[in-house]
Each structure stands twice: as structure tokens, then as C-alpha cells.
Design a protein around this ligand. Sequence first.
Ligand code: ADP
Ligand code: MG
Ligand code: MG
Length: 628
Amino acid sequence: MGLLSLGTPLHWNEAKHYADHVRSHGIDQFLSVYRKLRDRQKQCLLWGDEVEFIVVKMDQENKESKLSLRVFDILADLQRPEQEYNSGTSTEPPETLWRPEYGRFMLEAIPGQPYGATFRDLMKVEASMKRRRQLAQEAMLPGEIPVSLVNYPRLGCPHETSPDHEPTGQAVQSLFVPDEITNPHARFPTLTANIRRRRGAKVEINMPIFHDKNTPRPFIDPTIPWDRDVFPHDKEAKNGAAKPDHIYMDAMAFGMGCCCLQITFQACNIDEARHLYDHLAPVAPIMLALTAACPIFRGYLADVDCRWNVIAASVDDRTPEERGLKPLENDRFVINKSRYDSIDTYICDDAMYKSKYNDLDLVYDKDIYKKLRENDVDDLLARHISHLFIRDPLVIFKELLDQDDEKSMDHFENIQSTNWQTVRFKPPPPDSDIGWRVEFRSMEVQLTDFENAAFSVFIVLVTRVILSFGLNLYIPITKVDENMATAHKRGAAVNDKFYFRKNVFPNLDGTTTESDDEYELMTMNEIINGQENGFPGFIPLIHNYLDSTNIDIETRCKLSSYLSLISKRASGELMTGATYLRHLVMNHPDYKHDSVVSPSITYDLINTVDKIARGELKAPELLGDFSA
Ligand code: ADP
Ligand code: MG
Ligand code: MG
């Protein structure tokens, strides 16, 4: 999450009248950058990761954990070095940049400077992540800890925040979470409320419950205040929003309160960025499944292992017409997905691309498409941008309505940054030296710095093999969507199969013959570790690549330990975070085999993962011989 604009945010009733204004200037802003910077070349790779933490307050005496809402005090401390550097009172560049996130219990940390292109840079990642955890810890009060769990397992259960608040806030109107859970910066309560206002109802999130032997069938959640009558929306749960056999959630915080691990790369030029975007898209669901670390929601074990669909539903602002539930009258499009979802269209029109890979009937704004085409934007890129621009801007600051479209990207970013997709194509900001970038967004944050470093480095090396071996990873985009659904399943990394391309080596000119376009269902082990007579696997490809480079032994050893972790996760020799957390719950003495993750289980779980992250406790099922 970048820096936040300040100003007066508009209520949806007013904001909607400016939607076309924002879109139209957003497109002008994009065109301005496109015109000026489409030929920008960058010599070297720059890249960086984003790690998010939740802040938990541990009461060791009473053996209780609470989600701490004190993040703003903590951030004030953490951001001081950056502020002093920016204001010139210090000449020391900050080692870490700290950013607020949606939740008032979340911290986002990125390295002070992006990493460079060398193998030595890959060695900086884990140390940087360790340092970030340490800095976060130092800025907290005794008892508070930064935890790199995807979500707080009992978020939305009564009395789970510190300080305690009743769930009766106007902005969220949730049956479960208070307004105070949201970052108080005007952008976030407005985003939350405007999503509800635009949708015409609260968001509806239903994740299948994991049925254990004592879980009632059907499972009708006794903890939902079915008959509450504070807000008109309270009746939605009873009227069908809360589904039997599911964990029902009704607020953006359940999704946007989840932590992830994202990687941004700067490409040499726009073409390489588009190329990476396309070939990373099929990798995104695979990495979601492999990094799955989120099996608990609102105090219950779920039958899914990861966060993505929860976030997708938590920001789904589509109206009933847009969701296809009513005939189109007031809205312009029926839209197949939430704003937070896997990508809908490939964007690179080089020799490898074939139109049949874009087999999803793309919804896009025809007028915007036309304007882009008239301004020399090619078909695929125009389709991508005009697809993003089917959405309305959700938060508009009154003071920022009029901008210099040659200098600002605010209106473009308003729409772009609320299209939360698995990969993001990022144009250079105007007046910067930054190149064309791609962000890889599907991974779940891991419990330890070692794992987060391993997955970050792995993705960097995947981009290196994609580029140096000229890999062709295209499969039809509808199959990528199917893989996203599969990735959520409990234990998908070892039990399920994913569509993947059989022959990834194109002809010398980049083209492929029709017969080379085959794909098939593969296990995670095959995709990562390779098939005997088929896809060679990412890890062997990476080792091949490393063999061809001049790399010192120490670095190679460290990289091998990262690759080995990933290889073992894929083969099932090591557990994913989700499986590990599930086991912790199911083997806890207080667990009654009824899917309930009680306060005492949560306290012990957080204690355990914190000890693992600090290297005080070994977790061989999760990490093997590696130590955090
Ligand atoms: P967003 O808010 O869009 O998610 P950020 O601006 O917070 O992205 O940055 C995300 C990551 O990009 C960080 O890890 C940062 O180090 C990295 N980064 C910054 N500048 C560059 C660059 N020129 N090229 C590649 N990555 C960069
Ligand atoms: Mg973030
Ligand atoms: Mg990001």
C-alpha cells in the first residue's frame, strides 16, 4: 500500500457523479505516461517485497491473546527515521519503510531501498525481513508482538480486540467487527461504507466450514446474532446472506485484514513487463496453493486453506445487476468477478501469445477502449486498461478532483489500485525515474522470515528462468481461474492437480506449433520438481539457470536451502502453513473436534508461531532442518 492522499472523501451518493470524471482523466493520465515513457529502458532489475504483520497483545498471566488496535502509535515510532530523512533532519536513509494497511492492527514493511539484480542482493532479503520483525518488536509495548499470520484466527469473535469495542459501528455495520478495527484514515472507513452503499447490501463472505466429527450437520452458526436489530442490514444474515455449513462474515476487515507477501519487479521495458505479467499469471494460483497459510476464520476451522476468496468477497461492490441477479437497468455491465480476483486478460502480444489463450469473454468499456486505440495503444493493452476501467472509483477526495493530467496519476491509480488482481501491471509514476513494473500478488505471508525470504527469492528466480530460457507458460485464462478455485481447497498443494502447460520451450523465434499448446492437470510436485518426460519443473529449471551463472558457493548454498524448502513443500515432505496451523488446532487438548478455535487454542497457537518465528521453537514438519 503506497502513501495515502489526504482530503475530504465523498459519500457514495456524491462520489458516483464524479465516476466518469475520474475515469476520463485517469485515462488521460495513463495516456500521458504512455506517450512519454513507453520507450523507457532500464538496464538493471530492481525488485522489492512487501511483508505484512498483525499486532497481537499477549497476556501471559491470563493466557489470553487480543488483536491490538494500537498500530498508529507503533507506526509513529517506526516511521520516524523515514520522516527525519525526508525532512532533512537526518542523512541516514531508513532501512525499512513502514506503511499502514486496512486494519488498525496491521503493519506493512518494505525494504528501505529496492534490491538490485545481483545474487548477493538475494542474500539481503532474509536479513531485511528479520530486521523488520525486530524493529516492529522494538516499537511495541511489552506483551505486544508482530506476527506474520495471514489473519487473526478469532477476528470477529466477541471481545477479541484491545481495547475492546462493541460491533455497532456506522461505517462497517457488521454483526461482528467494530468500526475501530479499520484504519481511521478517511480513505478506509469511506472505502468500507462506499462498497456497502454501492452494492446496496453488506458484503457476503461464506467460507465452507471444516466438518469435524463433532461439528453439527447442518452447521448453523450459534454465534451469529441472528436477531440483532441495530441496523437495517442486520436482517441480511437471517434472510439468506449467512449460509448453512459456512463461516459467515459480513465486513471488509475479514478480507482486507489478511496479510500477504507481494513482490514487485522492474522490467527492462514495457514489453518485458507485459511478458512477465502474462507468464506470472498462470504461476499465481500455484503459489497461492503452495503458500496457503489461512485455515481459520472467525474462530472456526474452514474447509479452505487460503485467504483469496475471502478478500474477493469482502470488497465485492458489484450491484445485483452487475452480479447478473437482475436485468441491467441502471448499470452498464454484468461483471463476472469481484474487483479482487485473478486477472481476466493476458496483455502481451509477442510471438508466444495466441488469442485463444484469452478465452474469457472480457467485459470492457468500449468507449475507453476506442479512445486508447485512437491514441496508439495496441489492442491487448487497450483491452486490459478498459477492463480495469469498468469499475467505479470508490474513494474520491474532493480536493483532488482537478489535477494536471500531465503530472499526476491519481485518477488512474484510483481505479488501478482498487483492481486487486493476482498480478498487476504498474506504469512508471510521472516525474520519477522508475521503470515499467509488475507486481506478483497471490502469495500468503508465511510464519517465518526464512519462508518469506525463500518464497520471495523463488519468485525472483522464476522470473529469471522465464526470461533467460524464454519459457512459454500460457494456458487458457479460464484454466488459470479454475486453478484459483482449486488452490483454495484444503490440502490442495498435495492433494489436488493444477492445469499447467506441458511444453514450455518455444521454437527459437518464440512461436509454438498447435500441438505444443497442450496443457494437462499436474500435481504440485510435478510443477515444482518436474515430470520425468514433460515439464521439467521450476526447481530443476532454476538450478540449471544457476549452474550457468557465476555464483559464489556461499550464495548458492543459501539459495539451495530456499529452493529445498519449496521443493519439499511441493512434494508434501513438509507441510504448508495452513496444514501446520490446522494440526496445531486439531492436536490441542482443548479442541473438541467441533471446528471451534477457542480463545485458549488461539493463545497457544500464536505463542507457538511466535516462538517459531523467533527461532526458539523448531517446527520440523513445517521447516524441516531449516531454522527460522
Ligand atoms: P504498492 O503500494 O503498489 O503495493 P509499493 O510502492 O509499496 O507498492 O512498493 C512495492 C515494492 O516495490 C517494494 O518492495 C519496493 O521496494 C519495490 N520497489 C520500489 N521501487 C521499485 C522499482 N523501481 N522497481 C521495482 N521495485 C521497486
Ligand atoms: Mg499491503
Ligand atoms: Mg503491493
